[in-house]
Each structure stands twice: as structure tokens, then as C-alpha cells.
Design a binder for this molecule. Structure first.
Ligand code: ZN
Length: 253
């Protein structure tokens, strides 16, 4: 095994455990990255297992083209792995994906409450609220809400595109389900996941302070401007390792 591949397995195991420790995933949810041995063809994602339990040997290579395993004798995978394959298939700049059902995020997918960056750490979200994927829009009112096949996955993945093309939006909220987040690297993805959750918590606190009046927040909260989003994202992107190191250290405690 190449050193790069071994390190990626190790990092993906750590990433799963960090997300679980921070309550972004629980018994459900999953994180993936492109396979460094064949980044355009394959991605790495654990077998069907709770994220907190994922070890490097639990990680399996899957085909981006159809979300089927590269090895025919691979263990059973997640039902919703098409989320990952379809995003990698549609966006070359995405190298890591997490899908999660965090209760901190869920309210923002139920109605158009602003989900904009409240501070510099969430500047990567950009100045506009993320799109909300509503499975009933495309697949009717009787689904089980899950992304069960590549058609569902492609519909979800399409929402990461800006109308102007690249770069992609990092986050799509999913009504009655959760959210999916992307990044150009695995460490940056974990950073984004943790600060997406913090941003949601601050907005929920703000909502309480505003007496639950979302129109008050929409009209009066001073979110980061497009220019502030861009400048803060550039400043913080060099600091990702500092956060990753402490989150890994916390796992040892
Ligand atoms: Zn799900």
C-alpha cells in the first residue's frame, strides 16, 4: 500500500470519529473522500458502520460512475452512498463529502430561515443561504426521504452548482432529512462541518433572542458581506491543520 493511501485511510477514520464526537453524525451519517490511487474513478467510504467505530480496515473503495464497490467481495455499504458518487461525478473540485442528520441543522431545511455566515469561521458558506433539497419536488410525496439510487443522488448533487458554474456551493440542506457538505480536501471538510454546526447554533440562539421572529433576523441581522466572506475564507484556509490537530488529540482523551 502506498504511503499516501495509508494516510488517507487513517485520516478518514479520524474524520469519522471527530464528526461523531462533535455530534454532527451519530449512529448514522457518513464521510468520504476521493481515492488517492484513482481520484477520478473511485472514492473511499466505510462499510455500513456507525461513524464513531470506523477504523482504516473498514474503509472500502467505490466506483464514482455507479456507486458499486471496486472489489466484488466488498462488505455491504451505506444505502445512501449515491450521494457521494454523484457529487464526485458532477464536480471535479470536490474531494471530500459528508452527509449528516444533525438536529442543529435540521430546522433550517424546513422553511426558508436565513442560514448565512454569522462570523468569520463560517465565511466559506458564502453570502447566500444554501439551497434546500426537497425530495418530494422531484420524486413525489411518498418516498422514505432517503437518497436510494443514482437518480436521487444526481438530483441532490445538481444543487451544489452555482448558476455561473464553479466553484461549487459547499452546503445543501435537505428537507426532513439533514444536509450534505463538500470541500476540496478532507481536513477542510471537517473544519467546515464543525463550523457549519456552530453557525447553526448561533443562529438558533439569535432566534431565541429575537423572540423567534425570523423576519426580524432576516431584516436586521448583519451577516458577512460577499467581500467579507471571500477575505475571511482566504485568511482561515491556512489555519485548518491547527484545528485538525486538536480535534485528533481530543479523540485520545
Ligand atoms: Zn441520510
Amino acid at each position: 500500500m502506498s504511503e499516501d493511501y495509508q494516510q488517507t485511510l487513517q485520516d478518514l477514520s479520524l474524520a469519522s470519529k471527530i464528526l461523531a464526537r462533535h455530534g454532527i453524525v451519530d449512529g448514522f451519517g457518513h464521510v468520504s473522500c476521493r481515492d488517492p490511487r484513482a481520484p477520478k474513478e473511485h472514492y473511499l467510504l466505510s462499510r455500513n458502520l456507525a461513524p464513531a467505530l470506523v477504523e482504516p480496515e473498514d474503509i472500502v473503495a467505490w466506483r464514482i460512475s455507479d456507486a458499486e464497490p471496486v472489489q466484488s467481495d466488498a462488505p455491504r455499504g451505506f444505502l445512501e452512498r449515491c450521494i457521494h458518487s454523484e457529487i464526485y461525478r458532477q464536480y471535479e473540485d470536490v474531494h471530500a463529502v459528508v452527509h449528516f442528520h444533525s438536529p442543529d441543522i435540521l430546522p433550517f431545511g424546513l422553511m426558508p430561515i436565513p442560514f448565512k455566515p454569522v462570523y468569520h469561521m463560517a465565511s466559506f458558506l458564502g453570502p447566500d443561504s444554501p439551497p434546500i433539497f426537497d425530495i418530494s419536488d422531484s420524486f413525489g410525496p411518498s418516498t422514505d426521504m432517503l437518497i436510494r439510487n443514482t437518480t436521487h443522488g444526481a438530483a441532490l448533487a445538481s444543487l451544489f452548482a452555482h448558476s455561473s458554474g464553479t466553484p461549487t456551493r459547499p452546503l445543501v440542506l435537505m428537507r426532513g432529512h439533514g444536509a450534505t457538505l463538500t470541500a476540496p480536501s478532507l481536513k477542510l471538510l471537517i473544519f467546515r462541518a464543525i463550523y457549519t454546526q456552530h453557525n447553526a447554533r448561533v443562529l438558533t440562539s439569535l432566534s431565541a433572542l429575537a423572540g423567534g421572529a425570523h423576519n426580524v433576523i432576516a431584516q436586521n441581522a448583519k451577516f458577512l458581506s460577499p467581500e467579507e466572506c471571500e477575505a475571511a475564507t482566504a485568511s482561515i484556509s491556512g489555519q485548518v491543520n491547527r484545528a485538525w490537530e486538536v480535534w485528533c488529540k481530543e479523540l485520545e482523551a
